[in-house]
Design a protein around this ligand. Structure first.
Ligand code: PAF
Length: 310
């Protein structure tokens, strides 16, 4: 199978390296929007340290025409880059290619579906933790399950094949019939942790150690869960707060992805996480003041990077 991963960030680089070193020998490509960075990764390869330790040469280009038709395209860009990524992959798409999103936040699956339809859209979630230490250098901070599924709830041979390819590469994967519920379940975890950790500049575990952050996390999670319930989304866990707190403990030393963005003074995915909860809440008449405030604070951090005192 020819597989193209779009976005050589932390997870994109990690997945490309894991798939490339898989014994199954599929043709794996990374697609980058920056030609200079692509050249650097092409010559140095991807270096993974932490939960896995290895160095791997990868095929990488900034021009999708170098790759040609791919059976599977995995989008691992930041959510705000999805529209641009979907334009860049046009030379890769055949009438049967599947596009898989494993990005954070809400809305990516819908954008993909508008282009290739529900039958060839695959949504997903991965619990692998990864931090980009430098171009092509990834800290694999934790292994976890990956769940994939189609918005049409169908499980055809192509979905089983994608799951098999990921499993062969050591990316433990299972299929869900209710991928919307899976994506919302991850969204609530991110809504509880990411913005708060970014505003307070704390690793995930610290959020539970301070009365103030523990309470704000609780409120953000309750609001998001109420919205999910009103929208009749079936979450994969029974107790959202318990789940989010257990993720904080399991990833206690992690600098969450949003705080990594803030520390690099780059745009964040706030609009697709807490911002999405606020919009979804408005659409069904549920007030989400804590998520609204967290969104406004992170947006302020983003828009004032140049003015912040160190
Ligand atoms: O975005 C992240 O960093 C991760 O999804 C999570 C689960 C919050 C752990 O850091």
């Amino acid at each position: 199978m020819k597989i193209t991963i779009v976005g050589p960030g932390a997870l994109g680089s990690l997945f490309a390296a894991l798939l490339e070193r898989s014994k199954a020998k599929h043709e794996i490509w990374l697609l980058d929007k920056h030609p200079e960075r692509a050249k650097k990764i092409a010559s140095a390869g991807v270096c993974v340290e932490g939960a896995s330790n290895f160095k791997q040469k990868v095929n990488i280009t900034a021009d999708a025409k170098d790759i040609g038709a791919s059976e599977l395209v995995i989008i691992l860009t930041k959510s705000y880059d999805t529209p641009e990524a979907l334009i860049s992959i046009k030379p890769l798409l055949t009438s049967s290619a599947n596009i898989l999103t494993l990005q954070n936040g809400l809305g990516n699956m819908q954008l993909i579906s508008e282009i290739v339809g529900d039958d060839r859209t695959v949504g997903g979630f991965t619990a692998h933790g990864a931090t980009l230490l430098d171009v092509g250098r990834v800290k694999h901070s934790g292994k976890g399950e990956t769940i994939i599924g189609k918005p049409n709830k169908r499980i055809f041979a192509d979905l089983r094949q994608i799951s098999a390819v990921l499993n062969e590469a050591g990316i433990v994967t299972r299929i869900s019939k209710d991928i919307k519920g899976v994506i919302w379940s991850k969204l609530i975890i991110n809504a509880g942790i990411n913005a708060l950790a970014s505003v307070c500049r704390l690793p995930n575990g610290e959020l539970l150690k301070h009365e103030g952050t523990r309470e704000i996390l609780r409120q953000a999670v309750f609001e998001a869960t109420r919205v999910a319930k009103r929208k009749r989304i079936k979450l994969v866990y029974d107790d959202s707060l318990q789940k989010v707190e257990s993720v904080c403990i399991a990833t206690k030393d992690n600098i969450c992805s949003m705080l990594q963005d803030v520390m690099r003074r780059e745009p964040t995915e706030i609009d697709f996480i807490n911002g999405a909860i606020v919009r979804q809440g408005k659409s069904c008449g549920i007030k989400t003041p804590v998520n609204e405030m967290l969104t406004a604070l992170v947006e302020t951090i983003e828009s004032s990077y140049k003015k912040q005192v160190k």
